[in-house]
Design a binder for this molecule. Sequence first.
Ligand code: NAG
Ligand code: NAG
Length: 211
Amino acid sequence: MKFSAILSTVTLLALGATAKPTAAPSLPACDANTPLPCKCPSSADYAESITTRILGVNAKDAEKLMNDFFHPEWLGASPWETRGRDNVVGAIRTSEFQTSGGLYNVTEKLLEHTVKADGSFKQRFEHHKPTLPLAYHDGSGFFYGYWITIEARFYSKYETQLTWSAHGCETGHIQNFSQFHQWALGNALEILTTNGKVKGVTSGAVSAQNF
Ligand SMILES: *[C@@H]1O[C@H](CO)[C@@H](O)[C@H](O)[C@H]1NC(C)=O
Ligand SMILES: *[C@@H]1O[C@H](CO)[C@@H](O)[C@H](O)[C@H]1NC(C)=O
């Protein structure tokens, strides 16, 4: 028994020793459900960003303001065209969106939309594939697609953690995700404050971004 265990270990080691050196693992092509990091088309740059902040509000109040796909005014957008049913997977919205390379009409498709009884929610959407690649106005490059997740987790009655993550492929970095997401979370906080919903402790925003 013991001998055969040693033997098989020796065999495995021998096999390992003669195996070809492994190349760097190749990454999966970026898409909605790929693990990160992922691989962009060769002419695009990879962007990855996560921002989180605790808002001193009840998760249900955060959900009401921030989880309506056709009404994302809190993040500075108001869709001028929508298709499908609001908050149902497959819904599509088109809105104007400011970037460092000017204003763009971006069409986005809802991939996931869930709400728990305590108000925790998850919303995922992507830059709508049939509209891609989308050329920059100055001809210097393209949007090749981005994928966004906005999640809110009930922590206590008046503390809700918002986490906003993004990955995408584009020439250069025409969007600064963490800057935009921090601004939008601050804007949501202002709206919730005006509406008298902030009754707990709010933290600062923290971001990690690969560019
Ligand atoms: C977006 O599309 C609308 C409707 O076609 C148009 O009025 C608007 O000027 C467009 N905005 C940009 C930035 O292209
Ligand atoms: C993006 O925005 C963040 C937060 O405002 C800032 O710290 C960072 O320098 C910006 N990155 C780029 C590449 O502009």
